[in-house]
Ligand binder design. Structure first.
Ligand code: MG
Length: 385
């Protein structure tokens, strides 16, 4: 049985991972679960999957963790709870689905312990791509993407050598506002931005999809996973979200991976890799697929996407700065402290003020992340709605 740790088990990807594991009784044992602050959900999960180690980053006021503590042989709490859980637990694979920068340190801890990584948290590679990929090589572990686009690329690249690849094409649903004029974008409410046309996801990534920062983060993620330069990673809008991404080969062939949008497919593939297993899944119904549309995207027309390409080319701390500013701007927008167009403005201004410095170690990333958050918060405060 493969021993699995799930970091971010109470989120959307985490819950889907547990569903995949339930569908495959006898193949996996859940040895560790880490959540943010959802005591009840984590307790229920630990109970039904008999996890021996549980971690909770925050304990909400007035909530008792007595039942949770009784269940797990090991209970960790605090900001570094997930990292300590990983350090104290033996597992074969660690699925990382913690939202945002908090995913970085526990991922590095899991790599150091020799666990394979099923990576859903793109921020890990955005913030510390070189450090993480070097750690993966040094430890001799596998890093398998869970993000649907990268899983598609990973699947298409099986059996393809790197000198045969011309371009990677990331597909983008475009979010709910593709093609909207600025005058309309100004008035976008959190409620409108949270209604994603094709995927059910957590609030942070849904807003990132609406601004297309999510696609920007994915471009950087693809660069680190597959080793191609920025100019060979392209984005095309595909509103149906059935083609999950494509690999263009040097002879002009395009390889694509298609399926109904269902995160359980890339999750299962990451967990069972290098094997592919049968699953009862909704199949693409060609009597219902009337058209597959592809619309060219002009990067300079989409500010968050352009910022991400710029950060990737600048390198060093620039992607970490961009990510941190965005992680501050998105909750401010959700809390109505910032307008929709304010998100890109805050990210852009934070990047301009902090620039890019070289990265010699994790400390440089952490300092850039902290400085960018501080700067972004000040800019948010100063921006009049
Ligand atoms: Mg994605």
């Amino acid at each position: 049985m493969k021993r699995v740790i799930i970091l971010g088990s109470t989120g959307s990807i985490g819950k889907n991972t547990l569903r995949v594991i339930s569908e495959r009784r006898g193949e996996f044992s859940v040895v560790g679960l880490a959540g943010l602050d959802e005591v009840r959900e984590l307790t229920a999960q630990a109970k039904s999957y008999s996890a021996q180690a549980v971690a909770l980053a925050q304990i909400p006021k007035g909530r008792s963790t007595r039942e949770l503590k009784k269940l797990g042989k090991h209970f960790f709490t605090g900001a570094d709870a997930a990292t300590r859980l990983v350090a104290k637990t033996e597992a074969d694979i660690c699925l990382v689905a913690i939202s945002g920068a908090a995913a970085l340190e526990p991922t590095l801890a899991a790599i150091e312990k020799g666990m394979d990584i099923a990576l859903a948290s793109k921020e890990v590679l955005v913030m510390a791509g070189e450090i993480t990929t070097a750690a993966v090589r040094a430890a001799g572990v596998k890093m398998i993407p869970v993000d649907s686009e990268h899983s598609a690329l990973f699947q298409c690249l099986a059996g393809v050598s790197s000198d045969e690849v011309e371009n990677l094409w990331l597909t983008a649903s475009g979010g709910p506002f593709l093609g909207w004029p600025v005058t309309r974008l100004k008035k976008v409410t959190p409620q409108q931005a949270l209604a994603h046309p094709s995927w059910q996801m957590g609030p942070k990534i849904t807003i990132d999809s609406a601004t297309m920062m999510n696609k920007g983060l994915e471009v950087i993620e693809a660069h680190h996973l597959f080793g191609l330069p920025a100019e060979k990673i392209k984005v095309v809008a595909h509103p149906q979200s059935l083609v999950h991404s494509m690999v263009e080969l040097v002879d002009g062939s395009l390889l694509a991976q298609l399926s109904e949008p269902d995160m359980r497919l890339p999750i299962q593939y990451a967990l069972t890799y290098p094997e592919r297993r049968r699953r009862k899944s909704p199949r693409l119904d060609f009597s219902r697929v009337r058209q597959l549309e592809f619309l060219p995207i002009t990067v300079k027309d989409i500010p968050c996407l352009e910022l991400a390409y710029r950060a990737l080319v600048a390198g060093g701390t620039a992607p970490a700065v961009m990510n941190a500013a965005n992680e501050e701007a998105v909750p401010a927008f959700l809390a109505k402290k910032l307008d929709f167009l304010g998100i890109q403005k805050i990210v852009k201004d934070t990047m301009r003020e902090l620039g890019a410095s070289p990265v010699n170690g994790l400390g440089d990333i952490k300092r850039a992340d902290a400085a960018a958050r501080k700067k972004a918060r000040a800019l948010i405060k100063a921006r009049k709605k």
